[in-house]
Design a protein around this ligand. Structure first.
Ligand code: ZN
Ligand code: ZN
Length: 143
């Protein structure tokens, strides 16, 4: 499984980053993830792929990827742990369940047509952060 994931990526290795087996393993996990993952999740998945990476190494690799813009660190209130996902085209927002901490991705960007009124007229907006929280269907008591 790990070998396949790594092979799939072979043509698209991000430029400017030294390629190591451990970095390949982490990137491969992120490519196959269906949602944001914590470093602990990523470590566990590299292990079940057969190329286990130390947690401290996972953190170091993630930091490199974040610095290079390959991976996004999401500022989501999931507790103490940051979650990471591939920096795909554009950006995504998430709703977090405060009951079970499940993270649900939004299909749209509610901020798209939002025009901020800024005291500094020269300020150039390059991005935004939006956090939505509440209760998922499982936690809301209706299911
Ligand atoms: Zn929930
Ligand atoms: Zn947005």
């Amino acid at each position: 499984m790990g070998v396949n994931g790594v092979t799939e990526h072979r043509n698209g290795w991000p430029p400017g980053i030294k390629r190591t087996k451990q970095r390949e393993a982490v990137l491969s996990v992120l490519e196959r993830a269906d949602g944001p993952l914590s470093a602990v999740d990523i470590r566990a998945r590299t292990e079940s792929d057969g190329d286990g990476v130390w947690l401290s190494t996972v953190y170091r690799i993630l930091e490199t990827f974040v610095n290079k813009g390959i991976v996004q660190r999401l500022a989501i209130m999931t507790g103490d742990m940051a979650v990471y996902e591939l920096n795909r085209s554009g950006h995504r927002h998430y709703a977090v369940c405060v009951g079970c901490r499940k993270i649900i991705s939004m299909d749209n960007c509610p901020m798209e047509r939002f025009i901020p009124e800024l005291a500094d007229g020269a300020f150039r907006v390059t991005g935004h952060n939006l956090e939505v929280y509440g209760y998922c269907g499982d936690c809301d008591g209706y299911n």
